[in-house]
Design a protein around this ligand. Structure first.
Ligand code: N01
Length: 857
C-alpha cells in the first residue's frame, strides 16, 4: 500500500478519507488541475466498506443505484452480481475505481489526521497527522463519511470480558469462525439485523440483546433486477438525472396522495406490493404523509408489526421483536434476510433489555437483572457517533484558533452541510445539514464533490483564495433544516439522526430532510447568486453577496408551489363575482380545522339590513368570553364562514365563543359600509352576549387582513363613542394604512399570494383616494391611539402589509397601550390562518390563543 513521504508538503487540497467520497474528489480535483492528497487511516481504500466486514454486510440501496455515475465507461466496465451487493464486492468495486483512475498515488494510507489549523496569515490549512507529518493546503476537505466513528460500547463491564469481542464496524479482515461458539450480539440496528442470521448459522448458541426493536422489510435479494438494468442501460443520462432530481437519490415514482385519502383495501394492496418489492424507499413513496401524519404512520407501522407476528412462532418473542418505540422511518428502516426467522431456531434466544436490562458484562458472559449467561464471544453492533463524530474527532481549528468541537457544542451548524462560518476553505462532504444519510449516499457524494470542485475552480478563475459562509447564511440554513425536520415525526425518535444514541450528544436533527432535489436546487441557486451567503476574498479583492438562501418556511413553500401549479389567474384580473367564487373554491380545499362544541349560523340586525354571523361555541361549559371576529378578503371577498378553520381554532384553543360577523362588501357597498356594519355588529353582540351564551363582561375583537383593519377601527370607535367595553384586540396581518411605499410592499410585491396588485385592487374597490386618510380606513392615521384596549398584533415577514402592522403596533405601544407584537419569520399573509396546513405557524397560533386568554384574565 502507498505511503508517501509527505512531510511538509504543500497541496491545493488535503482530503481526509479514501472512501467513496474521498476517491471521487481525488478524481475530480485531478481532472480540474488541483494538486491533492487524501489521508486515510486504513491501509486501503473503501472507507465504510473497508471497516464494516461483518458477516451479512451489504448495501441497502440497490447496487445499480449505489454506484458512481460520473463516468459511463466505468459503469459499463463494472457488473454487479447481486441486487444488494455484499461488502466484499463493494470493496472490490472501490478498489477497481481506485485502480482505474490511478488514485492510490494520491493517497497516504495508515495515516490518521489529528489536527487541522487555519493559518490566518498564510491563508492556508496546516494539517498534522498521528505519524508526525505536517502538510499544508489551501483547502481542507473532510470526506470521512457519516457513519465511521464507532460509538463507545456504553455497557457496564465491557472491558472485563475474557472471551473474544468483536465490533461490526471494525471486523477482523480474516473473518471470524463462530462454529460451535456461544455468541452474544448486542444491538439490533442494520448491522445487527444483517449479521445475526449469519452468525446464527455457525454458532452453537446465539443470544441477541435487544434494547429497541427495529422495523425491517425483507431484502428479497437476488440477481440484479433485469428491468432495473434495462432501464439504466436504455438511457443512462436520463436515469441519473432523474436520480439527482429525486427525493432520495433513487428515481422512484412518488405518490401525490395522503394515506387516508386512499380506500383501505387499496392502501393494503399498495403496502403489500411495496413491502414485497424489498427495498427501503418504496414504501415511503406510496403516500405523501407517512413521516408527517402520526395516524398514517401508526397504520403502516402496524402493518410492519403484523409481518413480524406472521414470521415468528413464539408469540412473546414476536411481540418483543415488534418495533413500537418510535414512528416508522424515523430511524433508518432495515433490510433483512431471515432475521426474524432466526428467532424460530432452537439455539437462538432474544433478550428484551426493556424488561431485563444488562447489569454488567462479566469475565465469562453477561448478567441481566434476571440471569447470568456465559458466552465465548460478544459481538457489539452498537452503532456510530454519526455525522459529526468523525469530523470533530480531528481537532479542527478555524479563525482565531477556535475549535470546531466547541463551535458545535450545542449541535452542528453548517451552511448547506458544506462549510462552517469561521472555518474558511473547510468543506465537509455529506456533512450535517445535507441530505446525506437520508439519501442514496453516492448521489449525494457526487453532488457535493461536484459543487466543491466547481467552487475551487471559481475561486481560481476569479483570482480569489478563500470561501467562507457568513454567520447569517449559516443561521438561516440551520433554521431551514430544523423547520423541515419539525414538519415530520423524525425529531420524536431517539435515533442517531438526532444524535440521541450517544450519551451526552446534543439532541439535534442532523441531516437535511427536504430531499435531494430541493437541496440540489438550493445549492445551485447559491452559486447562481454569486455564492450567496459566502464571503469570497483573495488578492483580487473581497466581496460577499450576503443573504439567506431559504427563508420561506418549507410548508409555506409547499403551499406556494401548489398554488403556482394550479395556474389560476390573479384575482384582481377577474370580475368580482368570479374572484369571490375562486376564493370560495380554494377555501373548500382547506383542512377543516378542529371540531368545536357547537356551530350556529344566524343573522343579526345591522345598520342597513340583516348581517350573517356564524357562532362557534366551545364544548366546555359556559358562559364563555366572546370574541367578535372579522374575516379577511380585502373588504371585497369572503363572508361569515370564510375563515372557518381559523375561527374553529380560536374557539377551541382560547375556550371562547367566536362570532364571525359578516359585513357589506365593496364594490357594491363601499366605505364606510363595512365599518358601520362591523361596529353595529359589535354593539349588537355586546348587548346580546348573555343570550348567545357568553359572558357580557368579557368581549374581545379579532380580525385578519381587511378584517384586522375593521377590528382596529371598531376599537377606535368604541373608545371615541363610548361603545362596548373591549377587553382586547387580536390583529392578524391587519391593513392599517393606505401607504403602498413601505419596504414590505416593495419586498413582497409579488410571489406570496397577497400581492401589491391585488391589494391595490382591493383598495380601489373599497374606497376613493379622498377617503383614505380617514382613520376609519387608515387607522394608523388616527390622531391618538391612547386608551385603546390591550392588543396582540401579529405580522408576517413576507407580507406586503407587514410594515403597516408593525407601525400600528409601535404606535399603540408609544401611546401606552399594552401591546404584544409577534413577528412571524418566513410566513406569508395567508399562512397564519391556514390551520393544519401551515403547521410551522402552530406556535404563532398558540401564542394568539394565549393572547386571547390573556385578554380575559
Ligand atoms: O447502528 P444503530 P448500526 N446497550 O445505531 C443498540 C448504516 N448501516 O451499526 O436503538 C444495548 O442503528 C441500539 O439500541 P437502541 C445504516 O444507516 C447500513 O446497526 O439505541 N444496546 C441499536 O439497536 C444504519 O442505520 C447498512 O436502543 C445498545 C444498535 O445497538 C447505520 O449504519 C448496514 C447499546 C445500534 O444500531 C447504523 O447501523 C449497517 C447499549 N449500551 C449499517 N448501545 C446497510 O445495509 C447501542 N445499542 C447499508
Amino acid at each position: 500500500m502507498n505511503k508517501l513521504g509527505s512531510s511538509n508538503k504543500q497541496y491545493d487540497v488535503i482530503v481526509v478519507g479514501a472512501g467513496m467520497a474521498g476517491l471521487y474528489i481525488l478524481y475530480k480535483l485531478r481532472v480540474a488541475g488541483f494538486s491533492a492528497i487524501a489521508l486515510e487511516t486504513g491501509d486501503d481504500v473503501g472507507g465504510t466498506w473497508y471497516w464494516n466486514r461483518y458477516p451479512g454486510a451489504r448495501c441497502d440501496i440497490e447496487s445499480l443505484d449505489y454506484s458512481y455515475s460520473f463516468d459511463p465507461e466505468l459503469e459499463k466496465q463494472w457488473q454487479w452480481s447481486e441486487r444488494y451487493a455484499t461488502q466484499p464486492e463493494i470493496l472490490r468495486y472501490l478498489q477497481f475505481v481506485a485502480d482505474r483512475y490511478d488514485l492510490r498515488r494520491d493517497i497516504q494510507f495508515s495515516t490518521r489526521v489529528e489536527r487541522a489549523d487555519w493559518d490566518e496569515d498564510a491563508s492556508q490549512w496546516k494539517v498534522t497527522t498521528a505519524n508526525g507529518d505536517c502538510l499544508t493546503s489551501q483547502f481542507y476537505v473532510m470526506a470521512t463519511g457519516c457513519l465511521s466513528l464507532p460509538k463507545e460500547p456504553d455497557v457496564p463491564g465491557a472491558n472485563r470480558f475474557g472471551g473474544t469481542t468483536y465490533s461490526t464496524n471494525a471486523w477482523p479482515h480474516d473473518g471470524v469462525d463462530f462454529t460451535g461458539k456461544r455468541v452474544a450480539v448486542i444491538g439490533t440496528g442494520s448491522s445487527g439485523i444483517q449479521s445475526i442470521p449469519l452468525i446464527a448459522k455457525e454458532a452453537s448458541q446465539i443470544t441477541v440483546f435487544q434494547r429497541t426493536a427495529n422495523y425491517a422489510a425483507p431484502a428479497n435479494n437476488g440477481p440484479v433486477r433485469e428491468e432495473h438494468l434495462q432501464k439504466l442501460q436504455a438511457d443512462r443520462d436520463t436515469y441519473h438525472e432523474e436520480a439527482r432530481w429525486s427525493r432520495a437519490g433513487v428515481p422512484l415514482p412518488r405518490s401525490e396522495e395522503p394515506f387516508f385519502t386512499v380506500e383501505p383495501e387499496e392502501r393494503q394492496r399498495r403496502l403489500e406490493k411495496g413491502f414485497a418489492r424489498g427495498d427501503l424507499l418504496t414504501i415511503n413513496t406510496l403516500f405523501t404523509d407517512l413521516v408527517s401524519n402520526q395516524a398514517a404512520n401508526d397504520s403502516v407501522a402496524e402493518f410492519f408489526r403484523d409481518k413480524v407476528r406472521a414470521k415468528v412462532t413464539d408469540p412473546q418473542t414476536a411481540e418483543d421483536l415488534c418495533a413500537k418505540d418510535f414512528p416508522l422511518f424515523t430511524k433508518r428502516l432495515c433490510l433483512e434476510t431471515n432475521y426474524f426467522e432466526t428467532f424460530n431456531l432452537p439455539h437462538s434466544k432474544l433478550i428484551n433489555l426493556r424488561h431485563t436490562p444488562i447489569e454488567s458484562i462479566t469475565e465469562t458472559g453477561i448478567d441481566t437483572t434476571e440471569e447470568s449467561m456465559e458466552f465465548d464471544s460478544i459481538v457489539f453492533a452498537t452503532g456510530f457517533d454519526a455525522m459529526t463524530g468523525a469530523i470533530v474527532a480531528v481537532d479542527i481549528r478555524g479563525r482565531h484558533g477556535i475549535e470546531l468541537k466547541d463551535v458545535w457544542e450545542e449541535g452542528p451548524k453548517t451552511y448547506l452541510g458544506l462549510n462552517v462560518h469561521g472555518f474558511p476553505n473547510f468543506f465537509t462532504i455529506t456533512g450535517p445539514g445535507s441530505p446525506s444519510v437520508l439519501s442514496n449516499m453516492v448521489v449525494s457524494i457526487e453532488q457535493h464533490v461536484d459543487w466543491i470542485t466547481a467552487a475551487f475552480e471559481h475561486l481560481r478563475n476569479q483570482g480569489l483564495k478563500t470561501l467562507e459562509a457568513t454567520a447569517a447564511a449559516q443561521e438561516g440554513w440551520a433554521t431551514h433544516v430544523n423547520d423541515f425536520a419539525n414538519l415530520t415525526l423524525y425529531p420524536v425518535a431517539n435515533s442517531w439522526y438526532m444524535g440521541a444514541n450517544v450519551p451526552g450528544k446534543p439532541r439535534v436533527f442532523l441531516p437535511y430532510i427536504g430531499g435531494v432535489d430541493t437541496y440540489r436546487q438550493a445549492c445551485n441557486e447559491v452559486v447562481e447568486r454569486d455564492y450567496l451567503g459566502f464571503e469570497q476574498s483573495g488578492p483580487a479583492g473581497f466581496h460577499c453577496n450576503e443573504g439567506v438562501i431559504r427563508y420561506v418556511k418549507p410548508d409555506v413553500q409547499m403551499v406556494l408551489d401548489l398554488i403556482a401549479s394550479l395556474e389560476q389567474p390573479p384575482l384582481e384580473t377577474l370580475p368580482v363575482d368570479q374572484a369571490r367564487a375562486a376564493m370560495d373554491a380554494n377555501a373548500a380545499t382547506r383542512a377543516p380545522g378542529p371540531d368545536v362544541g357547537e356551530i350556529i349560523d344566524s343573522k343579526l340586525p345591522g345598520p342597513d339590513g340583516e348581517l350573517d354571523y356564524r357562532l362557534y361555541r366551545p364544548a366546555t361549559a359556559g358562559p364563555h368570553p366572546i370574541v367578535v371576529y372579522y374575516h379577511g378578503g380585502g373588504w371585497v371577498l369572503g363572508h361569515a364562514s370564510s375563515d372557518d378553520p381559523f375561527c374553529r381554532h380560536l374557539c377551541t384553543s382560547s375556550n371562547s365563543i367566536v362570532v364571525s360577523v359578516d359585513y357589506r362588501h365593496a364594490p357594491e357597498a363601499r366605505f364606510p359600509a363595512a365599518v358601520d356594519d362591523a361596529y353595529g355588529a359589535l354593539n349588537w353582540i355586546a348587548e346580546n352576549a348573555e343570550s348567545l351564551g357568553g359572558d357580557s363582561k368579557q368581549l374581545a375583537v379579532a380580525g385578519w387582513s381587511a378584517g384586522g383593519n375593521l377590528a382596529t377601527v371598531v376599537c377606535q370607535l368604541a373608545r371615541s363613542l363610548d361603545g362596548p367595553n373591549i377587553s382586547g384586540q387580536l390583529l392578524v396581518c391587519p391593513a392599517t394604512d393606505r401607504d403602498f411605499s413601505t419596504a414590505s410592499y416593495g419586498d413582497n410585491a409579488e410571489g406570496y399570494v397577497l400581492t401589491r396588485n391585488l391589494m391595490t385592487w382591493f383598495w380601489d374597490q373599497y374606497c376613493d383616494a379622498s377617503d383614505r386618510n380617514d382613520p376609519r380606513v387608515s387607522p394608523l392615521r388616527a390622531e391618538s391611539l391612547d386608551g385603546l384596549p390591550p392588543a396582540m398584533v401579529v405580522t408576517a415577514e413576507l407580507d406586503p402589509l407587514r410594515d403597516e402592522g408593525n407601525a400600528y403596533a409601535a404606535k399603540m405601544h408609544a401611546a401606552g397601550v399594552a401591546v404584544q407584537h409577534i413577528q412571524a419569520p418566513g410566513q406569508i399573509h395567508t399562512s397564519l390562518t391556514a390551520v393544519d396546513m401551515v403547521v410551522s405557524a402552530n406556535d404563532v397560533r398558540q401564542a394568539m390563543s394565549d393572547g386571547i386568554r390573556g385578554f380575559f384574565q
